[in-house]
Design a protein around this ligand. Structure first.
Ligand code: MN
Length: 298
């Protein structure tokens, strides 16, 4: 099951993908609740609201899909000409990883780490598919970083490795765009590199969330990134130093993971600079391609 956030004019809702079409889950869920005398659709029915209510599950999406089929509502809930939005436009946190692929550690001149290197990327940087990444004037080198991102569905602390995936609601693609010169200056001065990762528009996300019915094992997915159609990054998540289960487990030793938190697992080798006029396409197997143009800002 692939879930999206979409917009048509002012209307924004949650949908799912079926045979190349977007179906309006928010609407279908309203009808489903009505038919079952349930309290009714949540206000807005966003992905985050669903995660927090504990209903962003394969079972719920399957039930509503079966309901639509049973009552022949397919045509009624099919959406024409919508734009896809970031699946989770303002996640509570984006927890990202530094140097989590050995070959990428080597290309940056560093040793592969013995402990995961966690940092936070501002949620306000998130944009959706096709939205432009804006490079402010004078910012210097800006790099792409294709990453597999896991979305937390269930709260937890001290989560064991073998139960970690029960806390993951689904997976998406995140392009961890980085102001590299700014980051290098901050690192050289032993300062945190938060800002270089957190510029507005520097976290393209999407195009959908793939639920765990289609990704049972997040550790064997091809991922790649193209700039203007030319391959730059190409790897597989089996080369992750710390995989999704390990990351969920280790993080939760120290902090409570909450629904909507995103763990962006780090980028493989092949990072390279982009410039205004370029188009980035970040792709992860079983999720899809996230396409964003780069433009110049003020
Ligand atoms: Mn990264």
């Amino acid at each position: 099951m692939k879930v999206v956030s979409f917009g048509v004019g002012e209307y924004e809702a949650v949908g799912w993908l079926e045979r190349g079409s977007v179906l309006d889950f928010t609407r279908a869920y309203g009808l489903y609740c009505l038919a079952r005398d349930l309290p009714g659709a949540l206000d807005g029915c966003s992905v985050l609201a669903m995660l927090r209510a504990g209903i962003f599950t394969v079972e719920m999406f399957e039930s509503v899909r079966a309901f639509v089929k049973e009552h022949r509502l397919g045509e009624e809930v099919t959406v024409e000409d919508c734009r896809l939005l970031a699946p989770l436009p303002r996640p509570p946190r984006i927890i990202a990883l530094g140097l989590n692929y050995a070959a990428h550690a080597v290309e940056t001149g560093k040793e592969p780490p013995k402990e995961p290197i966690f940092f936070v990327k501002a949620s306000t940087a998130v944009i959706g598919p096709e939205e432009p990444v804006v490079c402010p004037k004078g910012i210097g080198r800006v790099d792409h970083e294709v990453e597999l991102a896991a979305i937390i569905g269930k709260s937890g602390r001290n989560i064991s490795r073998h139960r970690a995936l029960e806390h993951v609601a689904g997976y998406t693609v995140l392009n961890d765009v980085t102001a590299r010169d700014m980051q290098s200056r901050d690192m050289a001065a032993s300062r945190p590199w938060f800002l270089s990762k957190s510029l507005d528009t520097f976290a393209p996300m999407g195009p959908c969330i793939t639920l765990p019915d289609e990704i049972q094992e997040p550790g064997e997915l091809d991922l790649s990134l193209r700039v203007n159609g030319e391959g730059r990054q190409s790897s597989n998540t089996r080369d992750l130093i710390f995989g999704v289960s390990e990351l969920v487990s280790r993080l939760s030793r120290y902090l409570t993971l909450e629904p909507g938190d995103i763990i962006s697992t780090g980028t493989p080798s092949g990072i390279s600079p982009v410039e205004p006029g370029d188009v980035m396409e970040a792709e992860v197997e079983k999720i899809g391609t996230l396409r964003n143009p780069v433009v110049a800002g003020k």
